[in-house]
Write a protein that binds this ligand. Structure first.
Ligand code: G6P
Length: 362
């Protein structure tokens, strides 16, 4: 078994390092100079679609949340996101002008599969974003887009999430071109940025070493808050989920601007705040949210390309031209932070207690 880990301590670590290569695969053949191409989608696939509904569980739900920001911002399509186990029992309104998208690494998650069947039955057009060809969801959905992450062994999903978000960024631009909701020049610009995702997620020794060292300060405390705004809020949720899954420490993802409406009451030196502070998305607003927590003496680990002196720990990311590239680099940072905390606590990173890679029963 250890041979397959290629010298990495755990599959999760190996899979974090693989992200650059698998994202390159996900992009392969799909980018021209001014267009994002999906051979999977027939001409006119988006005709008559006025709304997108995304449904998933766990990490895949977080990529769906990230997608909703991009579908509204770039494609200008009304978009909503739901947890599959909620959606299936709440008599949802299904209108025929809605494209129903399910997201699943495995394609087998029982709750998500059921929502797909419901949508089909209601006559909606369906699409699955999935990592496993010939899985139940791929067989049932009208159309599928495969994420090409390769086999993911770690129960805590990393590279599957990375490729899902990559597909969604591409898809939002694909739809933007059809609906003319973005200028051609803006689409061209973003296609250049898409090509930079593999570089933005490649792990540097310096970064990994830095995270490994500072992780020793985060093994106790009464809880973690991962905070971010806009698309960095779903990333905060995902960071908190990773930590919970493999470290068994309590963590929550929260919108930075919402902390003052309750959670800030918890702030003290034993409350750990992991703050996502990208340069190109609401920097000043996010910064003042973190300063409020710093003033209440929360222990803060700030992740940002810009120097930030109100934090106890500072992880400096690279400067990127687009906030989504910052998203991808920060994704790697929160993954590595969870990994190193879990390893220090002596946990089995790849097989966390009580969890299954794929939940095929309700
Ligand atoms: C399980 C796994 C999670 C995963 C979720 C959804 O709970 O432990 O890591 O995110 O299922 O899985 P899916 O295969 O549908 O993406």
């Amino acid at each position: 078994l250890s041979a397959q880990k290629d010298g990495y301590r755990f599959f999760m670590e190996k899979e974090i390092y693989e992200q650059s290569a698998v994202i390159a695969d996900t992009l392969l053949g799909r980018l021209s100079e001014n267009e994002v191409l999906f051979d999977e989608l027939e001409d006119g696939f988006f005709d008559g679609i006025n709304e997108i509904k995304l449904c998933a569980c766990g990490t895949s739900y977080h990529s769906a949340l990230a997608a909703s920001y991009m579908f509204e911002r770039y494609s200008q399509v009304k978009t909503s996101v739901e947890v599959a186990s909620e959606f299936r029992y709440r008599s949802p309104i299904m209108s025929k002008d809605t494209l129903f998208i399910v997201i699943s690494q495995s394609g087998e998650t029982a709750d998500t599969l059921e929502t797909l069947k419901m949508a089909k039955k209601a006559g909606l057009k369906t699409l699955v974003i999935c990592n496993v060809d010939n899985s139940s969801m791929v067989r049932i959905a009208d159309t599928s887009i495969l994420t090409r992450a390769g086999i993911e062994k770690g129960v805590a999903s990393t590279k599957a999430f990375a490729t899902q978000v990559t597909v969604f960024w591409m898809l939002s631009l694909h739809v933007a071109r059809i609906r003319k909701s973005l200028d051609e020049s803006e689409i061209e610009k973003q296609i250049k940025f898409l090509r930079n995702i593999p570089a933005s997620v490649s792990v540097s020794d310096v970064m990994h070493e830095r995270i490994k060292r500072l992780s020793k300060r985060y093994l106790h405390g009464h809880g973690f808050f991962f905070i971010g705004r806009d698309v960095f809020f779903p990333l905060a949720l995902e960071g908190a989920l990773k930590l919970k899954e493999i470290s068994y420490l309590h963590a929550e993802g929260y919108p930075s601007g919402e902390m003052k409406h309750g959670p800030i009451a918890l702030a003290d030196p034993e409350l750990f705040t992991i703050a996502l502070l990208p340069q190109h998305m609401l920097y000043e607003k996010s910064k003042s949210n973190v300063e409020e927590l710093s003033a209440r003496d929360s222990t803060i680990c700030a992740i940002s390309p810009l120097e930030f002196d109100k934090a106890d720990d500072f992880i400096q990311t690279k400067e990127h031209e687009h906030y989504m590239l910052e998203f991808f680099e920060m994704m790697v940072v929160v993954q590595l932070l969870s990994l190193e905390i879990s390893i220090r606590l002596g946990n089995d990173v790849d097989m966390p207690r009580n969890l299954a890679k794929s939940v095929t029963v309700e």
